[in-house]
Design a protein around this ligand. Sequence first.
Ligand SMILES: Cc1cc2nc3c(=O)[nH]c(=O)nc-3n(C[C@H](O)[C@H](O)[C@H](O)COP(=O)(O)OP(=O)(O)OC[C@H]3O[C@@H](n4cnc5c(N)ncnc54)[C@H](O)[C@@H]3O)c2cc1C
Length: 473
Amino acid sequence: MSKESVLIIGAGPAGLTAGHLLSEKGFQVFIYESHPHLVGGLSKTVNFNGFSFDLGGHRFYTKAPEVAEYWHSILGDKFMKRSRLSRIYYNQTFFQYPLRLADVLKNLSWWRGFTFLTSYLKVKVFPIKEIVSFEDWVTANFGKGLYQAFFKSYTEKVWGRACHEISKDWAAQRINNLNISKIIIQFLKGIFGIKDKEVIKSLIDSFDYPEKGPGMLWETVKERIEDHGGQVFLGAEVTGIEQSDRKWTVTLANGTKGPKAEHIISTCPLKQLLENLTPSVSEKIKDELSLISYRDFLTVVLMFKKKESFPDNWIYIHDDRVKVARIQNYKNWSPHMVPSDDYTSYGLEFFCQKDDELWALSDEKLKELAIKEVKIIGLPFSDEELEAQVIRMPYAYPVYDHEHQKRSLLIREELKKYPNLHLIGRNGMHRYNNQDHSIKTAMLVVNNIIKGKEEYDPWKVNQDAIYLEEDKT
Ligand SMILES: Cc1cc2nc3c(=O)[nH]c(=O)nc-3n(C[C@H](O)[C@H](O)[C@H](O)COP(=O)(O)OP(=O)(O)OC[C@H]3O[C@@H](n4cnc5c(N)ncnc54)[C@H](O)[C@@H]3O)c2cc1C
């Protein structure tokens, strides 16, 4: 019996994993990707004049062994083990992350340390009654002082809104492994010279990274799909998704139609999917559409001739004098990301909205802004052989507002009316999924398609404790 056909929207980690696993099993796979020449989605790698860079560094770290096995089966020894250093720049000083009390006290004075402690004790004596927002969550766990110093400024840059408007879910995902009792115990053990295995483990945190960035993994997966007879169409933006007689098809921006298929897998932003579906979604869901939102992102990469750089893989910028939120130092991710050690490249990451002033700035103006901010912070820099590239990434972060869980349940209920429509990945599910979660959702849906029944629930990924994010951004 000939195998069924599957249409896949998007050639990011989720779409490519699904396409790869299905094509291996003999399914007819058609992948549509809007980018004109690169696969990998948010996890792509851009190459320019001997430099390579990610859009936001991408750590390969997972608690799901089958995911680690999958990506090692693709790249084998082309993965490197990297140790992590990512400090916080605050008050014109670099602080260790995860926070260390001795480091905080050394750099900020005992008096500031005392105010952090009293604000922590205050919230323990007078707890916040209902924890709704990011601000509530962090204050309840760390006190107002630490919240204002080390969480507020960066988080507000990331989301472009005040911390009291951001859901507590973001805090629970992003910083759940950090807590003040660990920080204090670690400090006291330090005073008494007691080694703390757990702390040491977290400080020498390491991760896997492909020699030339994540893009090399995803380019290889694309080749494997094609080897199995699957097709990956680039520059193919899907603008219509139609179902009739239990078959699916897509319409592309250029007006062409795809073949009819039994299944469709979507990794495109959930809002886009819901807007472009035929038959269309109910009026109730249409009312929700304007409330689904995203945070966009742009990276200004500065490449120059200078050996000396800063020691971190990336740094978090908690400094209101500058707009940049995070700076990557790509050669500390892999020495193969620069032409030679005589060169350095920084990725200055700005969080924005597609319709805001920052996004609208010309590439030249963004380059000037990036250089100005590198100089304000005082990072090693040179204008010798200086080049810049600006990469704009719409839909980088699905926004979690206070209603997002309720809305997600409503949408999932609605989508039951569309048999064989499968949502996977980050924007596909409007979940703050990392690569490993996105890959895992693809694996579960592939299993369901192969078995012909909904045996596994991809919505459970990144919900159970085992999937919870530790401290990746
Ligand atoms: C700044 C940043 C840093 C990150 N760091 C890490 C990290 O360190 N570790 C980690 O594991 N994860 C990290 N992630 C998360 C990771 O990038 C995502 O989890 C992963 O890329 C999601 O895969 P996906 O396939 O679901 O979606 P995407 O990567 O978004 O891919 C979706 C693809 O679909 C295409 N597409 C969208 N709409 C259409 C359409 N209508 N028609 C055709 N094609 C379409 C897009 O062009 C894109 O290529 C980071 C993300 C960001 C933004």
